[in-house]
Write a protein that binds this ligand. Structure first.
Ligand SMILES: Nc1ncnc2c1ncn2[C@@H]1O[C@H](COP(=O)(O)OP(=O)(O)OP(=O)(O)O)[C@@H](O)[C@H]1O
Length: 271
């Protein structure tokens, strides 16, 4: 579904991405792990062309992603985004926020007037049902909790009926219990609707729990690619260089515990 080859992004003299090759299968739930500044957001922004790569090729569903008008239109329809800070419009109702996911598919006059065809309202309601928020449809979105706002973000992305969802640290602002709920809704929708998801995360626990495959990015390069159960201590040190200096020295795996102390420290810090 997504094929990335030799992707590089420079900001002036700084190389944020240094030649990345990634393939994502249709319907796959791929987690991208990496320390702050590794280039995870830049990667997502290159995929949906919010930023223009310096070098490299990206194909989505066999079509090249480029800055041409036709390509951008295609990308805006087929690739949806979920953001860390939800990006909902606070004073709009929950349902209207979800309906904004339909704007790209609507005639421009109707979208300008914010008149939504009945079929689009039905799609929005179905998406709200998926995240179990149908009873909040008419509520102002600023009256919801953070977790509920992110579920609105998921419903809005689903309303777009995308082939791909890019989620940029979707649970970074949420507590662990709410984070799991939100990721469960996202994974369920991905599985049931066959949507490919690329999800940037900071939490190793959630990568293990929700990722079907994990990519580790460090300093603009892919340093790991594999199944979540392959996230050993060695791998984590490759993804997070300098981890020992920052935390405890007890980095050796301790099979009696679900997570070695070093990993747990990192998870708690991020949660
Ligand atoms: N518009 C920009 N101009 C200059 N430098 C940028 C820009 N956007 C990102 N960078 C730099 O590129 C590097 C990668 O940033 P990016 O946001 O992709 O990292 P990240 O892995 O998503 O980090 P975080 O987990 O903190 O969000 C960072 O050093 C950042 O400062």
């Amino acid at each position: 579904m997504i094929r990335i080859r030799g992707l590089a992004k420079h900001y002036g003299a700084f190389e944020a991405l240094k030649g990345i090759d990634i393939d994502v299968a249709p319907g796959e739930f791929l987690v991208v792990l990496g320390p702050s500044g590794a280039g995870k957001s830049t990667l997502l922004r290159c995929i949906n062309r919010l930023t223009t790569p310096t070098r490299g090729e990206i194909h989505i569903d066999g079509q090249p992603a480029s800055d041409g008008a036709a390509s951008l239109r295609r990308l805006r329809c087929s690739v949806a985004m979920i953001f860390q800070h939800y990006n909902v419009v606070p004073r709009l109702s929950v349902e209207k926020n979800v309906l904004t996911g339909r704007l790209g598919a609507m005639p421009s006059l109707l979208s300008w007037l914010q008149v939504f065809p009945r079929a689009d309202v039905a799609i929005a309601r179905e998406c709200l049902r998926r995240v179990e928020l149908e009873d909040k449809a008419k509520r102002r979105t600023d009256t919801l909790s953070g977790g509920q706002k992110q579920r609105v973000g998921i419903a809005r992305a689903l309303a777009q009926q995308p082939k791909v969802i890019l989620a940029d640290e979707p649970v970074a602002s949420l507590d662990p219990k709410t984070s799991r709920t939100v990721l469960t809704y996202l994974k369920q929708a991905s599985r049931e609707l066959g949507i490919t998801v690329v999800c940037n995360l900071h939490q190793i626990d959630y990568a293990r729990e929700f990722g079907e495959r994990v990519i580790g990015v460090s300093a603009g390069r892919v340093v790991f690619e594999g199944a979540p159960d392959k996230l050993s201590d060695d791998v984590l040190h490759r993804i997070y260089p300098g981890l020992e200096e920052a935390g405890s020295t007890a980095a050796a795996p301790q099979p009696a515990e679900p997570h070695p102390p070093l990993m747990r420290d990192l998870v708690l810090k991020e949660a």
